[in-house]
Design a protein around this ligand. Structure first.
Ligand code: ADP
Ligand code: ZN
Ligand code: ZN
Length: 746
């Protein structure tokens, strides 16, 4: 720290473009401050929080214009220097105020002091042990005090709450003992821990050849402090063990580790694995922790007591010092993209942190995203492969069922003959099954139940979406609206129907067929609390429930050895999503669910029901063949000019008034078109500019309209993006935001 710096440069915690600059404050005599420390400062007539960005000896401002810092909020810098730099990068890339980007770096409750350090009173012997007997006999008249003294005879600090279990109302007696100089009472900090201690692992598994080979690439990179890896490891290939060994190497070198996992559903198992190996060195960060738990876990990381962090997306900002490794499990998951302002993609942040802090980066998945795999092929990442399962367990056998055939046979239920037969067999044998449906919460596509044709837009290769409200089919990419035809354009039948059955419906139908089999349903409606999904999972794990019914969230990462059958009730639902990634998402989901069957010594079977058994996505999923799928999908993207060959760019306009959202989006579109007319060279890089209502027209009371653009991946596009940044940053009558390749085009 500079000797009496005089002045501090401070960014105030107000998320507005007007205050998005550094203010100068005087550092009062004797106040010790470091860069990254949060402070309280006077601002106008208010007192607000700010962050110290730097210091100087003098200031150009007149003396009476400079106010003084009131006090530091913590006695340590809450935001480490590399994370301050990262916030600056986010702020400049996504054109948001620095104050907003800085907020990503601390738990939300820390701002405006909404969470406090928790303390408890604890007691400890004040005298040496040799004097204990004498002290006990001096207190012969109080059995309570004698008991307390002997309880404290181990010389350790005991929370008063703990003593309460053995001595009724111990505090007055302890105070008396303190007054006599025999015991000392103190306020101890308590850390709220989100998880119970995990029992240590009895013995470590012997690594497989695949695991050894993979680690022989990763470990040297960790020692060097570089390495960008994409690990393609099929389900059950033992990727977790690779993370654990990599993490251990890092900790051995005195460096820290961040492990990102996509969803909270995955945490209990993953957290247990890590905590059983690393104990309290591992901390957990995610949004379902209580404010106190999150704050305490964050401080354990910040203080260096926890050097390994497991967490969801936002844990990529964890204050890990001397970062050595970031692991991103299931790297293809859309949940790594944050749709809140400032928008960010945890994978990009991880890359930036790894470069800034000389750390290694390991992305891993059984179904890498098309973008990441393409990068690996280009040499941006080193590709590592683990293509066989641990212990030679076979991948599950996959059966495709053609649902058109079922209809022809007169079966109108959601369960095909084959799925029913396999369910009966599985249950008879005493095993467990999972039934799975990719229900998306919004308007369904329209499908011919006779031939499986799904109506799609003639111009966009995107499925049309049926809107109940106007009974029209909409293309969410080009705005085309058409009435529902009376008959199928492909086969002429009259069986055109909007598709869409949910988990609840399946549960009902299942119960009618198997009234004595207990089920557990796992979807967004049943898993709202922090523990509720864990309770549901436990009912299944214990065998109390025999069949689990759920949405795609149940597909991820779960490891239940008794599951021998997985049924995908309708594979087509995700395939029909109005998004150019529908193919990729479907392949990922089908591969993930198939991976849930036959994880242990029991062989697994998968039944995929579909109206499109010949579709390349379904075919490659059934064959569990990632590369084949990648090649076909990649060339489709090239042909149709989708990412990574282009960028999808969207300006989203949200307002409580529908007309306002549309008016604003129309004006935005007009401004863009005007700009491009003046820049003929740039205009060539723009494939289209389309204004329309967003696929989900209203969310939480806000109407959403959009301008969707497709730009070629070309350096000219930077200029267009810069213009769009400026444009969307202007003062509009409603919320206007710019999204580049957003995780969802809903
Ligand atoms: P993935 O994440 O690649 O799908 P996991 O890491 O969940 O696979 O591993 C699958 C199963 O294999 C887990 O039950 C895990 O404990 C076990 N496992 C992993 N590595 C080994 C090993 N070397 N020897 C024995 N069992 C292992
Ligand atoms: Zn269209
Ligand atoms: Zn048809």
């Amino acid at each position: 720290m500079p000797e009496s710096p005089g002045f501090a440069h401070i960014i105030v915690d107000i998320a507005s473009n007007n205050t998005d600059r550094v203010f100068t404050y005087r550092v009062p005599e004797g106040m010790r401050l470091l860069e990254g420390t949060r402070v309280l400062v006077p601002f106008g007539r208010q007192t607000i929080e700010g962050l110290v960005l730097g210091f100087s000896d003098q200031s150009d401002l007149p003396d009476d214009k400079i106010k003084s810092i009131i006090e530091p909020l913590e006695d340590y810098p809450a935001i480490l220097p590399p994370l301050v730099d990262l916030a600056k990068e986010i702020s400049s890339k996504s054109h948001c105020p620095l104050a907003l980007a800085l907020r990503l770096m601390i738990p939300p409750e820390m701002r405006s002091g909404r969470v406090r350090i928790k303390t408890q009173t604890a007691a400890k012997l004040e005298i040496p042990l040799s004097m204990l007997d004498e002290a006990i006999s001096k207190n012969s008249r109080s059995s309570k005090r004698r008991l307390l003294l002997s309880l404290l005879s181990d010389g350790l600090t005991h929370p008063v709450n703990e003593l309460k279990a053995l001595v009724r109302d111990p505090l007055p007696s302890l105070k008396k003992l303190q007054d006599d100089g025999l015991v000392v009472l103190s306020e101890e900090e308590v850390l709220r821990s989100p998880y119970e201690a995990a029992p240590p692992l009895a013995n470590e598994p012997v690594l497989t050849e695949d695991q050894k080979e993979t680690l022989s690439e990763i470990l040297p990179a960790i020692r060097r402090g570089d390495g960008r890896f994409l690990l393609h490891g099929i389900t059950g290939s033992g990727k977790t063990e690779v993370y654990i060994h990599s993490a251990r190497e890092c900790l051995k070198l005195g460096k820290g580790v961040i492990v990102l996992i996509p969803e909270i559903v995955l945490t209990p198992q993953m957290v247990n694995w890590f905590r059983s190996r690393f104990g309290d060195v591992a901390a957990v960060l995610h949004s379902r922790l209580s404010a106190g738990e999150r704050f305490d876990e964050w401080r354990r990381i910040r203080s260096g007591n926890a050097r390994l962090v497991i967490g969801a997306r936002s844990a990529v900002f964890a204050p890990v010092k001397d970062l050595g490794l970031i692991v991103i499990d299931e790297e293809h998951e859309p949940s790594y993209q944050s749709e809140n302002t400032p928008r960010y993609d945890a994978r990009d942040i991880a890359l930036s942190r790894a470069a800034r802090e000389n750390a290694s980066l390991l992305l891993a998945s059984a179904t890498p995203s098309i973008l990441s795999f393409a990068k690996a092929q280009r040499g941006d990442y080193m590709l590592l492969e683990m293509l066989s399962r641990v212990n030679k367990h076979q991948l599950a056998q996959v059966h495709l069922v053609d649902m058109r055939e079922e209809l022809r046979l007169g079966n109108r239920s959601m369960f095909s003959g084959l799925l029913l037969e396999k369910l009966r067999k599985t249950l008879d044998e005493g095993h467990q099954a999972m039934l799975f449906i990719n229900r998306r919460g919004y308007a369904p596509s329209v499908m011919c139940r006779k031939c499986g044709e799904v109506l799609s837009c003639a111009q966009c290769d995107v499925k049309l979406t049926y809107h109940q409200a106007d009974r029209m089919m909409h293309c969410h990419y080009c705005g085309l609206e058409t009435p529902l035809p009376r008959s199928c354009p492909n086969c002429g039948s009259g069986f055109l129907k909007p598709l869409g059955a949910g988990t609840q419906k399946i549960e009902e139908e299942f119960k009618a067929l198997f009234p004595n089999v207990s089920t557990v349903r796992l979807d967004a409606d049943t898993t709202t609390g922090k523990d509720s999904h864990e309770q549901l999972l436990n009912r299944f794990r214990s065998g109390e429930a025999r069949v689990m019914i759920g949405t795609q969230m149940i597909a991820k990462g779960l490891d239940f050895p008794q599951v021998t059958l997985v049924g995908v009730v309708l594979a087509d639902l995700t395939l029909n999503m109005p998004d150019y990634r529908a193919q990729e998402r479907t392949f990922q989901l089908l591969t993930q669910v198939s991976g849930r069957a036959g994880r242990a010594d029991l062989p697994g079977e998968v039944v995929i029901q579909t109206y499109k058994p010949e579709h390349y996505v379904i075919q490659h999923s059934a064959a569990q063949e990632y590369r084949g799928f990648f090649n076909q999908e990649f060339s489709r993207r090239r042909q149709l000019l989708y990412p990574p060959f282009t960028m999808m760019v969207r300006v989203l306009c949200e307002s409580r008034q529908e007309e306002e959202s549309r008016e604003v989006s129309a004006r935005v579109a007009q401004r863009i078109n005007e700009y491009l007319s003046g820049e003929p060279r740039l205009k060539k890089r723009v494939l289209f500019v389309r204004e329309d209502a967003a696929p989900i027209k209203r969310i939480m009371g806000l109407y959403r309209a959009q301008v969707l653009m497709k730009l070629l991946e070309h350096k000219d596009s930077d200029a267009i993006l810069a213009f769009l940044n400026e444009l969307t940053g202007e003062a509009w009558p409603c919320k206007v935001s710019l999204e580049i390749n957003p995780g969802s085009l809903a």
